[in-house]
Design a binder for this molecule. Sequence first.
Ligand code: IPM
Ligand code: MN
Length: 360
Amino acid sequence: MKLEIAVLSGDGIGPEVTAQAVKALEAIAHSFDHTFTFKDALVGAIAIDKTGNPLPEETLQLCADTDAVLFGAIGDPKYDNDPSAPVRPEQGLLRLRKELGLYANIRPVKAYDTLLEKSPLKRNIIEGTDISIYRELTGGIYFGKKQLNEAGTVASDLCEYSKEEIERITRLAFKAAQKRRNKLTLVDKANVLESSRLWRKVVTEISKEYPDVDLDFLFVDNAAMQMILNPSQFDVILTENMFGDIISDEASVIGGSIGLLASASVGDTCCMFEPIHGSYPQATGKGIANPIAAILSAAMLLEHFDLLEESQAIKNAVEKALELNLTTPDLNSINPLTTEKVGDFIYDYILNPEDSNINF
Ligand code: IPM
Ligand code: MN
């Protein structure tokens, strides 16, 4: 298969981890005889520094023209404590999601058997956890009307959803549940929010098309508690934009490191793959960032194009690295590998699973 991939590595550790994801895809292209072409473009703080715009038109055009986008991370502390900054790196990511119509963000959360002791949660609680979070990505409070009164003393953000916006991601989530353990949990705040009540109504209606899937509902505050009390109860979680943002960071604790969590953002015509972690500025350039989330995002890219064996080859290499403890300091404080060395191992393992660990 021929794929043209836009690479938006962004800020902080973005370039370091994305380089490892590209390397893993190069190994796959080589082993399975595909042609992947990579095209770099600017996004985030680095794009502001160079062009004044967190999402230059050129970048947007490239993303729209290519088959897929591989995204690193964005954010720079110089913007975080300056609420009056005229442009912010995050705007680049949000606009990209909106312009490309990436309405469904899929975030798998898994407790790897080899890492059960690394999680701050007890082994018996997290064992067997395997969740797929479907987070709505182009609506809700993130994109609703924002207002600040003239005196700068009253501010508001509108949380708005239409039936159509809810329907399209709901269908994807039900289809995913059918391929998994046939359970879907809608996380909302329907006891308080009108928008949540619309979610319940629409999701309940659509559930009739998927009679083999069990649907249940949880208020987001209870869901946050259940996530760390009994995470293996969940199969597919469906939720709106901001609840999904929060719940997925919480869920990342289960696996032992946020550096393991990948994501896919899909729409009707475009797709983008990115680790869920941020730009981790304190780690930039130190070679300590975990590249596995970025590498697993590349595996999700392959899966999206139905290259299932190829995607599995990346996952096998990652699982081998975890099993042999060939990991970065977030998971291995005694004898850690650098970001690049973890990427090298995964690259070698994809090319030659038989004897790739000789040098490590
Ligand atoms: C994420 C991030 C983004 C979000 C930020 C960087 C805008 O936290 O992808 O989860 O809130 O969606
Ligand atoms: Mn987030």
